[in-house]
Design a protein around this ligand. Structure first.
Ligand code: ADP
Ligand code: MG
Length: 249
């Protein structure tokens, strides 16, 4: 059997912002069904990578490529990436005044798949997922991100990932002081979504290894100064926990 192109591949990625070179030749390959953790100290360029993968215009790719199923998407605008099945958890993070979660998901799904589910159908699938994710039924009627706690924001991200059915999901586990319950929820949510869709590839960007207590990655990458400097199995996260990032600096 000849293997097709990998699900998601970052090749020699160089990214700058405001004239500063931040990513300096980052390589990473994610296959279908795999969970990878990308870990790095503060300032190593994690958020820059997330923004570049999102296609944020504030970040310029000066060299290298982002490939999705072998296709070069480096120049694709954010919405086209989303439509193709690339999901970034913080793609829709803002508070959108007066838009309830259900309505927002309906718009996002119609943009993603070009199909219009009836509100009733969508409500049913949202309710099903909210139950799986241990979310309160009233959540769907709340206004997007309005007054959401850190944990609720994360749950909402997982719900978006479940409903929008991406092929690759990039979760930026910003160091935002998530409590253990919220971390568990995210980890459990990723498990649930992958159970439903085993081919989903997940790139989890994180500063802390805490979430890896609940989610075992297939691969762990260590990022320092804009590059992946080491890759390995879950034992690499354990080593990070013991030794910190100093060993790689
Ligand atoms: N828009 C920007 N303009 C200039 N420098 C930036 C910008 N965004 C990030 N940086 C710099 O790039 C480096 C990496 O930042 P960031 O990607 O936020 O790292 P991390 O998420 O790993 O903490 C930092 O030194 C930061 O100051
Ligand atoms: Mg960051």
């Amino acid at each position: 059997m000849v293997a097709g192109p990998p699900l998601f591949q970052i090749r020699d990625l160089h990214v700058s912002a405001d004239g500063h070179q931040i990513l300096r030749g980052l390589d990473l390959t994610l296959a279908e069904g795999e969970i990878h953790a990308l870990m790095g100290p503060n300032g190593s360029g994690k958020s820059t990578l997330a923004n570049a993968l999102l296609g944020s215009p504030a970040y310029q790719v000066t060299q290298g490529q982002i490939l999705y199923r072998g296709e070069d998407i480096t120049a694709w605008p954010t919405d086209v990436r989303a439509k193709a099945g690339v999901f970034l958890a913080f793609q829709y993070p803002e508070e959108i005044a007066g838009v309830p979660v259900v309505q927002f998901l309906r718009q996002a799904l119609s943009a993603r798949k070009g199909i219009d589910l009836s509100i009733l159908e969508l409500r049913l699938s949202i309710m099903e997922w909210m139950e799986r994710l241990g979310m309160d039924r009233s959540f769907g009627d709340r206004y997007l991100n309005e007054g959401f706690s850190g944990g609720e924001k994360k749950r909402n991200e997982v719900l978006q990932m479940a409903i929008l059915e991406p092929d690759v999901a990039i979760l930026d586990e910003t160091d935002s002081g998530l409590d253990i319950d919220a971390l568990r929820t995210v980890a459990e949510g990723v498990h649930q979504v992958r159970n439903a869709r085993p081919a989903l590839g997940v790139l989890l960007i994180t500063h802390y290894q805490r979430i890896l207590d609940y989610l075992t990655p297939d691969r762990v990458h260590v990022m320092v100064a804009g590059r992946v400097v080491d890759s390995g199995g879950p034992e690499l996260a354990a080593r990070l926990e013991r030794e910190g990032y100093d060993a790689w600096r």
